[in-house]
Design a protein. Structure first.
Length: 218
């Protein structure tokens, strides 16, 4: 069982489900040639896809186009169903840094066939994740700088202020579909600048005031 830690506390959360939001930044939608969705685009990653800081992504042999996507992660500390936007921040225990690894070639192939693309998002090591900082230590989660560099070259550099759906709205929409439980994690989408990584690369993802992930690729 995978657990995550809330920094500076003795709290540890067994990870439940990882619910991910796609297409939440305009520039990222444009760079992939996608349409602006009317409803939240949701998918899941299994807890078995998590690796921690300093560990290594292993690109599956069935893909030749693995992309990085830096994202703000939310740790749910108190569960609920149909959580109102006004109460949404109260269920967040902490914030973390995540990298959503995507096998872009496999994803595109399966999408074109109208098939699910879980294997493009949920493979082992597909979810590098930092420890979480307590929510109370982050003054404004809707105004955080996200960066991701590969081999020291910055590829993604944006702010959570550019989200199409705000954090409270994300929680409200997800909880209307899936009951949220303590230990669940939400990935809130990625800004523009996604791109490929290959064996031997090193990724560094940082969210100001939240943390840093340093991840190898094999």
């Amino acid at each position: 069982m995978h657990t995550v830690t809330l920094s500076g506390t003795d709290q540890h959360f067994p990870v439940g489900k990882i619910v991910c939001l796609g297409r939440n930044y305009h520039d990222h939608i444009r760079e992939l040639g996608n349409e602006l969705p009317e409803r939240a685009v949701l998918f899941m990653k299994p807890a078995s896809s998590i690796i921690g800081n300093g560990e290594t992504v292993v690109i599956p042999g069935y893909s030749h186009d693995c992309h990085h996507e830096v994202e703000l992660a939310l740790l749910i500390g108190r569960g609920g169903k149909h959580i109102a936007e006004a109460a949404a921040r109260d269920v967040i225990a902490g914030y973390g840094v995540a990298i959503d690894l995507t096998l872009r070639d496999i994803q595109q192939e399966l999408k074109q066939k109208g098939l699910p693309w879980d294997i493009a998002k949920g493979f082992d090591t597909a979810c590098p994740l930092s420890d979480f900082v307590p929510a109370a230590t982050v003054a404004d989660a809707q105004n955080l700088q996200l960066t991701l560099s590969v081999n020291g070259i910055v590829r993604q550099d944006a702010t959570t202020a550019l989200m199409i759906r705000s954090i409270p709205r994300i929680i409200a929409e997800i909880s209307a579909i899936f009951t949220l439980e303590p230990g669940d994690i939400i990935l809130t989408g990625t800004p523009a600048g996604v791109g490929p990584v290959v064996s031997g690369d090193r990724m560094t993802a940082t969210i100001a005031g939240v943390g840093t992930l340093d991840i190898g690729v094999r």
